[in-house]
Design a protein around this ligand. Structure first.
Ligand SMILES: O=P(O)(O)OC[C@H]1O[C@H](O[C@H]2O[C@H](CO)[C@@H](O)[C@H](O)[C@H]2O)[C@H](O)[C@@H](O)[C@@H]1O
Length: 262
């Protein structure tokens, strides 16, 4: 152990798999909920340039099998993009920060954007079209404005997104993330998505282990803690509700691989 600090979880060494041990000891008692960006895959300069490590999909498939199918992805990405990233897997998944969901039986709750939201997305693209480095990511029922490659545009984007949010109305909320501002459906979050999975087979009756790296993951950390489960924050020390912190996506991938092949 390197350090203990209750405001950022118990900070673990890269090789410390202690919080994941229940997956090996009691695989029929636990369900695993995994964020994607910054957790399973390293962050990249743009949304489209992330790299899925060879073997990661095999690891996830094996873990899902070990857990009787009780493994779900919980991401800010749109479902089709996440599926494309992790093909050929088609795991249970919550997308758009919990607003859309594919259950273990394959049924999907999708988000269909209203015409006014489509107009809003086009307007954001127009307003920022000559802002070098700013990327507008159209996610169907949500939209993200990325400034990783143009940090000097953050203040202007804050203003543009605040105006867009007020135009979108009370059914939407602003989601802050790593070098990104998003407008997403307000009716769900990652905590409510985990709760919904746990009300269905094969997740029901199990305790959740929630793993993520960003502000959006705090809702599932809080839910997992309240449900008697475990929560793990990935990456540099941060103010988090998670009980544990692992230093990097690579440390997590290695730990998951060891558990999957044990
Ligand atoms: O909930 P997640 O699976 O972690 O998704 C959160 C957002 O991730 C993506 O943006 C982040 O990753 C990009 C690629 O590494 C990076 O360039 C960007 O700065 C990050 O904010 C994704 O593009 C968003 O749609 C997700 O909501």
């Amino acid at each position: 152990m390197e350090q203990t600090d209750t405001s950022r979880g118990e900070v673990l060494a890269a090789s410390d798999e202690q919080p994941l041990a229940p997956l090996l000891a009691e695989p029929d008692q636990w369900a695993l909920f995994l964020d994607i960006d910054g957790t399973l895959v390293d962050l990249a300069e743009t949304p489209d340039s992330v790299v899925v490590e060879p073997g990661l999909t095999d690891t996830l498939q094996a873990l899902s099998h070990r857990l009787g199918g009780a493994l779900a992805l919980v991401t800010g990405r749109a479902l089709p993009y996440a599926d494309q990233l992790l093909q050929p897997l088609a795991l249970p998944i919550a997308g758009l920060h919990g607003a859309e969901r594919r259950r273990a039986d394959g049924s999907v709750d999708a988000v269909t954007p209203e015409p006014s939201f489509v107009t809003l997305k086009r307007s954001l693209e127009r307003v920022t079209s000559d802002w070098d480095g700013v990327i507008i990511e159209d996610k169907g029922g949500a939209v993200a404005a990325h400034f990783r490659q143009a940090p000097e545009r953050q203040a202007s984007l804050e203003a543009v997104m605040a105006a867009a949010l007020s135009e979108a109305g009370p059914d939407y909320s602003l989601q802050r993330g790593k070098m990104v501002l998003e407008i997403r459906p307000a009716r769900a979050n990652k905590g409510s998505a985990v709760e919904a999975f746990l009300s269905e087979a094969p997740f029901s009756g199990r305790k959740p282990i929630a793993i993520g790296d960003d502000l959006t993951d705090e809702a599932m950390f809080r839910f997992a803690n309240e449900a008697g489960g475990l929560s793990i924050h990935i990456g540099e020390a941060a103010d988090t509700a998670a009980q544990f912190t692992l230093p990097s996506p690579d440390a997590l991938r290695q730990a998951l691989r060891r558990i999957a092949t044990e």
